[in-house]
Design a protein around this ligand. Structure first.
Ligand code: IMJ
Length: 256
């Protein structure tokens, strides 16, 4: 324990398995001495989370929260505020699109599929930021997870790329709104990592292979590296940084 996050309370939204980027964040935060509160949508995630917490000897609060449902968000943050009056950080590690939209041509995206991806993956950050704001009484740090597909065309990423572009723009607008309260908002743009969200993605092995071959660091990144970069944003080490998108991708994004 290095104590960087001693006495800090952090909400982590979106741990679905031990492979989740959010779980990488939880491990980094645990080592740094933070107290954590987890939100989950599905009961299946809650069961996995319970086991993970037990295995790590972590005793954290768990709260059900469906970010597509305002009532659910309200209930979740009311429950959190009954147990704590101050929160120092929030990690948004949530994305969802219909899997049928994550293949073929982007031009075929349905209105329903577009709105679903935006609602679950992008608007959810705005809603979470508004819900956590009153709990961040001594300033705070909000961090979300993005991907290169927000800035470049990545095969099959399609409607998620447009949702991540909106997410990154939201990071900047939220950073302006919340800056006057010393609440910072940043994103980590992760290289490809094998998570449940990457499962079944056509050509994912090729994407990992290209990254390992071409990225300046000539290797892939892992959950621990995403966790440590997110820890930096949550900690006082990044106190002068807001509205930023930090690429943790072995340098892949600099290539032309
Ligand atoms: C996802 C789809 C297509 C290409 C992809 C990805 N690449 C990467 C991902 C190259 C790295 C993973 N990623 C960054 C995501 O944001 C994934 C989001 C996602 C994944 C699924 C799969 C299962 C499902 N819905 C999903 N919604 C969002 O039903």
């Amino acid at each position: 324990m290095n104590g960087l996050m001693q006495g800090k309370k952090i909400i982590i939204m979106g741990v679905a398995s031990e492979r989740s980027l959010g779980w990488g964040v939880a491990r980094s935060l645990h080592t740094a001495g933070a107290e954590m509160i987890f939100t989950y949508r599905q009961d299946r995630s809650a069961q996995k989370l319970e086991k993970l917490l037990a295995a790590e000897g972590m005793d954290s609060m768990m709260v059900q929260c469906d970010v597509a449902d305002d009532e659910s968000i309200h209930r979740a943050f009311a429950e959190i505020s009954q147990c704590t009056d101050t929160v120092h950080g929030l990690v948004h590690s949530i994305a969802f699109a219909d899997k049928d939209e994550l293949k073929g041509e982007y031009i075929e995206t349905s209105r329903e599929g577009y709105l679903l991806a935006q609602n679950a993956s992008s608007y959810s950050l705005v809603a979470a930021a508004r819900a956590v704001r009153p709990l961040m009484k001594s300033g705070g740090s909000i961090v979300t997870q993005s991907y290169l597909g927000a800035e470049r065309v990545v095969k099959n990423y399609n409607v998620m790329g447009v949702a991540k572009a909106a997410l990154e723009a939201s990071v900047r607008y939220l950073a302006e709104d919340l800056g006057k309260e010393q609440i910072r908002v940043n994103a980590v743009s992760s290289g490809p990592v094998r998570t449940l969200s990457a499962k079944g993605v056509a050509g994912f092995n090729d994407i990992l292979g290209t990254m390992a071959e071409k990225a300046p660091l000539r290797r892939n990144v892992d959950q621990a590296e995403i966790g440590d970069a997110t820890l930096f944003f949550l900690s006082d080490l990044s106190r002068g940084v807001t509205g930023e998108v930090l690429h943790v991708d072995g340098g892949y994004h600099i290539l032309g």
